[in-house]
Design a protein around this ligand. Structure first.
Ligand code: ATP
Length: 236
């Protein structure tokens, strides 16, 4: 069953069109990645899905309902959790407070305590650090917290913008194991990732974005075998 449909989406900042007529869709339980160079428009697509920037034209539908005009908190209530680029956490709140403020009552049958415990089971490091301020965590711990905040909303779809950016290889490895576990548990995930080799190991489908347009769409194995697309758009 189709979960998310992006249809002829365009996003502009003033006169500058950052996303041109982009369309794609994915089913429940799938993991998709948007790949492409810096400035290609990937973040703008994610931010538009989440209601952080308006669409110039086109539509996004989630579980059969248009998200047109919805504010970010309404998109979150609909079941989309957005883990932003740069892992924004509240630096002056503790780990636990960061998680608590993300909980959406009525989206889950669980109580706040059960939802917190589930995140702590998933990321035991966050339990150890639960009294520590968000701003004092390492980069990897902040990324766990950013994902944990997303999980506190009990999402049907997790959107992650460059989760491995700026992290050490060993930390990235642990993070991708966590993302793989979420996939195994059936969560639908839409990723933006610069590290194509890493992303292609995990995802079901790839869209390559260049200059705001989808220029190639295929399963990861097909992309991996396509030297022209890899070198032209991904520099590998
Ligand atoms: P990156 O990997 O660098 O984040 P990206 O593929 O995610 O790149 P976007 O961040 O969506 O690309 O940027 C697409 C284009 O829109 C770029 O030319 C960028 O400079 C421009 N842009 C993004 N955000 C804004 C903004 N708030 N105001 C004006 N222009 C913007």
């Amino acid at each position: 069953m189709t979960l998310l449909t992006v249809e002829n989406l365009s996003v502009a900042y003033g006169d500058m069109l950052a996303v041109h007529d982009v369309s794609f869709a994915f089913d429940i339980g799938e993991v998709f990645v948007l790949l492409g160079a810096n400035g290609a428009g990937k973040t703008s697509i994610l931010r538009c899905i989440s209601g952080l920037v308006p669409a110039r034209s086109g539509d996004v539908a989630f579980a059969g309902r248009s998200l047109k005009g919805k504010r970010p908190h309404e998109v979150a209530r609909a079941g989309i959790a957005h883990v932003p680029e740069g892992r924004r956490v509240f630096p002056n709140l503790s780990v636990e407070e960061n998680l608590i403020v993300s909980f959406i009552r009525n989206r889950s049958k669980d109580t706040l305590a059960v939802a917190l415990d589930a995140v702590y089971q998933f990321f035991p490091r966050l339990r150890e650090r639960r009294r520590q301020l968000g701003g004092t965590l390492s980069g990897g711990e902040q990324q766990m917290l950013a994902i944990g905040r997303g999980l506190m909303t009990n999402p049907d779809c997790l959107i992650m913008d460059e989760p491995s950016e700026g992290l050490a290889p060993i930390v990235i490895q642990g993070l991708w194991q966590a993302i793989a576990t979420l996939k195994r548990e059936g969560l639908s995930i839409l990723l933006v990732e610069q590290n194509a080799a890493l992303a292609l190991k995990l995802v079901d489908f790839v869209h390559v974005i260049s200059k705001g347009r989808v220029v190639y769409s295929a399963p990861p194995g097909d992309l991996w075998a396509n030297d022209e697309i890899k070198s032209r758009y991904l520099g590998i």
